[in-house]
Design a protein around this ligand. Structure first.
Ligand SMILES: [Zn+2]
Length: 103
């Protein structure tokens, strides 16, 4: 097994697992190698680790994590086809009229 991702924010590690799962890459959580990350950090700052089940997934998994989690491309703003309002790229529905973002 290979370590693919670790972060003190458990939510990010869970996101990494979900992203990899969407690409059919199996991974498991471990934290047996956690070390205190600083003298002033408490129990909530233990690093969670995400390990790949299959080593051969490593390069692809690394590339996916970097693309989707570490350097996500900013989503482009879009103009609502219904009311012509501009919406932030992260919105899936128009803020003004709730029309779904066109695909
Ligand atoms: Zn709209």
């Amino acid at each position: 097994m290979k370590l693919i991702y670790t972060h003190e924010n458990v939510m990010l590690v869970h996101s990494a697992k979900n992203i990899l799962e969407s690409y059919n890459i199996e991974s498991v959580f471990k934290n047996e190698h956690s070390a205190p990350s600083g003298p002033n950090l408490g129990i909530n700052n233990i690093f969670q680790e995400l390990w790949l089940v299959r080593d051969e997934d490593y390069l692809r998994a690394r590339e996916i994590i970097e693309r989707e989690l570490i350097n996500p491309e900013p989503k482009a703003a879009w103009v609502c086809p219904q009311c012509k309002e501009e919406n932030a790229g992260s919105f899936d529905f128009c803020w003004s009229c709730q029309t779904a973002k066109p695909s």
